[in-house]
Design a protein around this ligand. Sequence first.
Ligand code: PLP
Length: 387
Amino acid sequence: MVYMDYNATTPCDKRVVDQMLPYFSDKFANASSIYLPAREAKKAVEQARGNVASLLGCSSDEVFFTSGGTESDNWAIMSTAFKLQDKGKHIITSQIEHHAVLHTCKALQKRGYEVTYLPVDRYGMIDMAQLKKSIRKDTILITIMHANNEIGTIQPIEEISCLAKTQGVLFHTDAVQTVGKIPFQLKKSGPDMLSLSAHKLYGPKGIGALYIRKEVSLPPLIYGGGQERGRRSGTTNVPAIVGLGKAAEIAMEEMGKELLNVRKLRDDLEQRIQQSIPEIIVNGHPESRLYNTVNVCIKYIEGESILLSLDFEGICASSGSACTSGSLEPSHVLLAIGLPHEVAHGSLRLSLGRYNTTEDVDKVVSVLPGIVERLRQISPYWQDRKQ
Ligand code: PLP
């Protein structure tokens, strides 16, 4: 099997699994209890929190564990909206956010909030001047993702943070696709809140975190037993947190080298696809883009048919995001960068990671042009294209 869908999820690193295993059985105690095994579980959780904090460049008490990126996004947006509703009910986001952000904003619109969905350019980049113009007296939150999961475009979050700060507006960023992938450290001038998810950095599924800057007192979204210093209740998921901690530790040690390897493979793959398949469009920003992501629209054919043919060859890839595949609507991200419906339908995303090799790239390049040619031969759009 060739796996090239690392933006959808990553395999759990074997070292992560090994670290987690004892916490399912021998070290199973509830981290909130008071006896020795419980105190040991709690210690492991705090060590994991420390690792995540070091990876982000913040302090441990600014890291709160959640069930993943979706919950972190919901928490940041919903709780800010509820807390600041007396100040205003206006939120700014972008048209290309993950549905964890977009659908949360839509839910708030139903409760009387106003949301500005900033458009993006051909490369998926927001316009800073337009963002500045969109800020109003009643704006309470800007939520703009760090890197897009489909096309990989990286937004200027430092600049957005500075702007938000000078305007007195809170800034949240969904960094699910960048934490553990690209090195960055949260500075004083950075975002006020940041979402991350373990399963995108070789950790387990169902665990993530929300960074909340010390000065921001975000109320809980989930109430109960008062875990996570009263901010996020629910029995502590010790094995998963330990896994996230280990994944963060590995990322800190290996990210630099991994980045170079994966970028080399990705560049080679993208170049060879461009050379061997006519009439394609490469999506995403030419420079400010995740180093592991290739997103192309292959004109005149359906992305879903390409995926099925690749699957037949043992290659795992995706078309649009994992959440939208299976639906007939083309990706909202590809439509937002201005692609016509019929072109957006022909999208293919190949996202690479830790375990890809040059052989994987060779395999994809050896089968993809043939698949495209075969599908185009049976496509009426291909036959009609010159008429
Ligand atoms: N945000 C982005 C940008 C993502 O890519 C994803 C996952 O696909 C999520 C949020 C949701 O994260 P999780 O799967 O941990 O809920």
